[in-house]
Design a protein around this ligand. Structure first.
Ligand code: NAD
Length: 306
C-alpha cells in the first residue's frame, strides 16, 4: 500500500458539516490529522430553524477519535465569520470545502423570487463569502485546496430545480475561474457533483429507494480527501462521485462549420445544421478556454470554410 494521505498541520473548514456529506468530509479530514472547523447552521433541508447540535455532535466525534475540531454555527451567508472562527482557533486556513446547501424545489411557473434568492444566497453567495475570506490567506502562504459542491442538476438541469441548478452551475464557473487565478499560488480548486442518499436526497425522493443503502455519504469523502491533499495537483476539474463510482466531466465541442460570412443567413445556418451540431471523431475537448480559441483562430487564419 502506498503512503497514507495525511493532513497533519493543515486547517480545514467544512461548511454544512453537521450532516450528510459535510459530516463525512469532516470526519475523514479529522481522522487524518487536519484541524477541522465544523460549520453548521443546523437547519432543515429547506433551510428552516437553527441549532448548534449538529455541529457539536461532529466535533465530539472528531475529538473522540483523538482529532482536533471546533464548532461554528454561522450561516455560510456570513462566511467571513466562519473563517474568523478558523483563524481564532487555529491561526490559518489550508482547505475549504464549500458544502452547505438547502433545497427549495418547485416548478418554475410557481417559483417565487424569494425561493430563487434564498438558494442563490446559500449556495453561491455563501461559497463566495467563504472563498473571498480565505483567498488572501491562501495567496499569502502559497497554498490552498478548495472544493465546491455542485450537482448533476447544475450540469444538466432538473425539473423543479431552476433555482438550485442555476446556483450549482454557477459554482462550476466560479471554481473554474478560481482555478485559473489561483494556479500560480498553488491554490487548487475543484468541483464535485456527488450522489449520496443523505437526508436531503431521501426527502426529495430523487434516487431509487432500493439504491439508498448503496449510496452512502461516506463514499464521497475519499475523492474529496484526495482533491484536498498536498499531492493532488489537479485543478479546475469536475468530478462525479457516489456509491463507489468516480469519474471526471469535460466539455465537448463539435468540429462545427465555418460558413461564408458574406452570405450568412438563418437559412444558411438551417442548411448546415446537421454539420454544425454533429459530434463525430473530429469533435474536440479543450482543457481550457485558451485551447478552444487557439483551435478556432488557427482555422480562421487559414480562411477555413467548411
Ligand atoms: P444535508 O441536508 O444532509 O446536509 C446539509 C447541511 O448543510 C445540513 O447539516 C445543514 O444544516 C447545513 N446548512 C444548510 N444551510 C446552511 C447554511 N446557510 N449555513 C451553514 N450550514 C448550512 O445534505 P447533503 O446531501 O449532505 O448536501 C451537502 C451538499 O451536497 C449540498 O450543497 C447539496 O446541494 C449537495 N449535493 C448533494 C447531493 C446528494 O446526492 N446528497 C447531490 C448533489 C449535490
Amino acid at each position: 500500500m502506498s503512503q497514507e494521505i495525511r493532513f497533519d498541520g493543515k486547517v480545514a473548514i467544512v461548511t454544512g458539516a453537521g450532516n450528510g456529506l459535510g459530516r463525512a468530509h469532516a470526519l475523514l479530514l479529522g481522522a487524518r490529522g487536519a484541524k477541522v472547523v465544523v460549520n453548521d447552521l443546523g437547519v432543515t433541508t429547506a433551510g428552516l430553524g437553527t441549532s448548534s447540535e449538529a455541529a457539536d455532535a461532529v466535533v465530539a466525534e472528531i475529538k473522540a477519535m483523538g482529532g482536533e475540531a471546533v464548532a461554528d454555527y454561522h450561516s455560510v451567508t456570513e462566511g467571513e465569520k466562519i473563517v474568523a472562527t478558523a483563524l481564532a482557533a487555529f491561526g490559518t486556513v489550508d482547505i475549504l470545502i464549500n458544502n452547505a446547501g438547502i433545497l427549495r424545489d418547485t416548478s418554475f411557473h410557481k417559483m417565487t423570487e424569494e425561493q430563487w434568492d434564498l438558494i442563490q444566497d446559500v449556495h453561491v453567495k455563501g461559497a463566495f463569502r467563504l472563498t473571498h475570506a480565505v483567498w488572501p490567506i491562501m495567496r499569502d502562504k502559497g497554498y490552498g485546496r478548495i472544493v465546491m459542491t455542485a450537482s448533476g442538476a447544475g450540469i444538466f438541469g432538473n425539473f423543479g430545480q431552476c433555482n438550485y441548478s442555476t446556483a450549482k452551475s454557477g459554482l462550476i464557473g466560479f471554481a473554474n475561474s478560481l482555478a485559473i487565478e489561483g494556479a500560480a499560488k498553488n491554490i487548487r480548486v475543484n468541483t464535485i457533483a456527488p450522489i449520496a442518499a443523505s437526508r436531503m436526497v431521501i426527502a426529495s425522493g430523487i434516487f431509487p429507494e432500493e439504491l439508498h443503502a448503496k449510496l452512502k455519504v461516506e463514499d464521497v469523502a475519499p475523492l474529496v480527501g484526495w482533491l484536498c491533499s498536498e499531492e493532488c495537483q489537479d485543478t479546475g476539474g469536475l468530478f462525479e462521485v457516489g456509491g463507489g463510482f468516480h469519474a471526471k466531466y469535460r466539455w465537448e465541442r463539435s468540429y462545427g462549420r465555418f460558413l461564408h460570412t458574406d452570405s450568412l443567413s438563418p437559412e444558411l445556418v438551417r442548411e448546415n445544421w446537421e454539420r454544425i451540431t454533429r459530434f463525430d471523431d473530429k469533435a474536440v475537448h479543450h482543457a481550457n478556454g485558451g485551447e478552444g480559441f487557439k483551435e478556432l483562430f488557427e482555422r480562421m487564419a487559414g480562411n477555413a470554410i467548411g
